[in-house]
Design a protein around this ligand. Structure first.
Ligand code: KE4
Length: 434
């Protein structure tokens, strides 16, 4: 990548498109985080992508560290992935009926996740989480859900509640339109804090249907689980007979072929997946033990459905994406991420600009903070103004970093050594200028 300097405040075509989009689409975007509001910019509009690169409509080229929020683990348009969609397209776009590839994708998921005996494909991570929670409530005949602050599980009402991280605080709506009733059944606790969880469970010993967690948090920047946190969740879920739901929409096939649960050797009762299993096409999945999954209609009494569930193009793209994943891939992804993060740490020490770097597998984020970031409260203490200036400096040098302090960056197998060296040069320049 050549030395790049982009005037990010003067992206004429993006600005023109954004104005038009704002007349027709709320906020000019179809998902809030793309608005670039949290980095005090207007959004860039992408014209095309290939490998490790994306181009905006003003013909500027960027190294992509977002990769469609983690879905594109092989970068853009990997040959086998592209061919898989082209071959599927020749046979149709959607049948609204069963087809053979649904079995192959389900088999790939079941073979990869020790805790998954059966899996249902849906169209998004949100749908997967909605279904998992409905299943947990039906299976346990209980209503309350425990989640953790800083974790995001999609935009279903049940998980759009928040509360102070007080032990017994019941949920408050985290979004307009979520009723107090709905929110009151969801309790939010601090991540990486078992003491609070134990107190809460002992307070409602027979009312908790499920504990849902991002086993490695990706939606607060990256926050890995502290020692024994996940094992404690497993033990307490078993003790109080509630289900443990691992939301692996990000970590599934990202951290390993069996996601976080294989890496940390913890078996959840239900798992939600998305992103990588569709290779960038719309998809989600919920999987788990047969005795729970068999509650789903048409077998059982838990209703769930979707016009485009198991869509042939998404499924073909997902199969091709998963088939490219092997030990060598994960070794490359992990060593690339470790190299990048180690070198950024050295630059931070050399320049005296204090940053915290959190990583897990091939997902990472940096915080402008003096001390370790281990939960949402500590993440919120980081200097977001510095992050905004850092993000803008990186973007002007052609590095497409996740446009929020509270998101992750994702390494793809398309990234090469020279890309890392370019990124590190831009990184040093960016932190010196904030
Ligand atoms: P979707 O409904 O966006 O497919 O998945 C929701 C979801 C569920 N669980 C986890 C752990 C997730 O990270 C997500 C969605 N992730 C965000 C990025 N952090 C999607 C990006 C966006 O909202 O535009």
């Amino acid at each position: 990548m050549q030395e790049t300097l982009i005037n990010i405040k003067d992206l004429k075509k993006s600005q023109e498109l954004y104005q038009k989009a704002c007349e027709l689409i709320p906020g000019g975007v179809n998902s809030p985080v793309r608005s670039f509001k949290s980095v005090e910019l207007e959004p860039i509009f992408i014209s095309k992508a290939k490998g490790q690169y994306i181009w905006d409509v003003d013909q500027n080229k960027y190294l992509d560290f977002v990769n469609s929020w983690g879905a594109l683990i092989h970068g853009h348009l990997a040959n086998e992935v592209t061919e898989s969609i082209q071959n599927a397209l020749a046979k149709g776009i959607s049948y609204g009926a069963s087809h053979e590839n649904e079995i192959e994708l389900a088999q790939l998921v079941v073979n990869s996740f020790p805790s998954i005996e059966k899996v249902r494909l849906v169209n998004s991570g949100t749908e997967a989480v909605m279904t998992a929670i409905r299943l947990a409530r039906a299976y346990t005949n209980r209503n309350k859900i425990i989640k953790f602050s800083g974790c995001y599980h999609g935009h279903a009402d049940v998980v759009l509640s928040m509360s102070g991280s007080g032990v017994s605080t019941l949920g408050l709506p985290g979004s307009a339109g979520v009723t107090k009733n709905t929110a009151s059944e969801t309790i939010t606790l601090p991540y990486n804090n078992i003491a609070n969880l134990e107190i809460l469970l002992s307070k409602y010993p027979k009312e908790i249907a499920a504990i849902i967690v991002e086993p490695v948090v990706g939606n607060c920047g990256v926050i890995p689980p502290s020692e024994n946190f996940l094992q404690s969740l497993r033990d307490l879920s078993t003790k109080y007979k509630c289900l443990l739901i691992f939301d692996e929409v990000i970590t599934g096939f990202r951290l390993s072929k069996g996601g976080a649960q294989l890496k940390y050797k913890i078996k959840s009762d239900l798992t939600t997946l998305g992103k990588i299993i569709g290779g960038g096409m719309p998809i989600g999945a919920v999987g788990g033990k047969k005795e729970i999954m068999n509650l789903l209609a048409p077998l059982g009494t838990v209703y769930q459905a979707g016009t485009l569930s198991g869509n042939p193009l998404s499924v073909a793209c997902g199969i091709a994406t998963l088939k490219l994943l092997n030990e060598e891939t994960y070794t490359y992804l992990e060593s690339t991420t470790n190299y990048l993060c180690d070198e950024m740490k050295k630059i931070s020490l050399d320049t005296g600009v204090k940053i915290q770097i959190n990583k897990a597998g091939s997902m990472f984020s940096i915080f402008f903070a003096d001390s370790f970031v281990y939960d949402y409260e500590s993440a919120k203490k980081s200097n977001t103004q510095k992050f905004i200036r850092f993000f803008q400096n990186m973007l002007s040098q052609g590095i497409y970093w996740a446009p929020s302090q509270f998101e992750s960056n994702f390494v793809s197998t398309a990234l090469k050594k020279e890309d890392l060296e370019y990124t590190l040069k831009a990184f040093k320049k960016s932190i010196l200028e904030i």
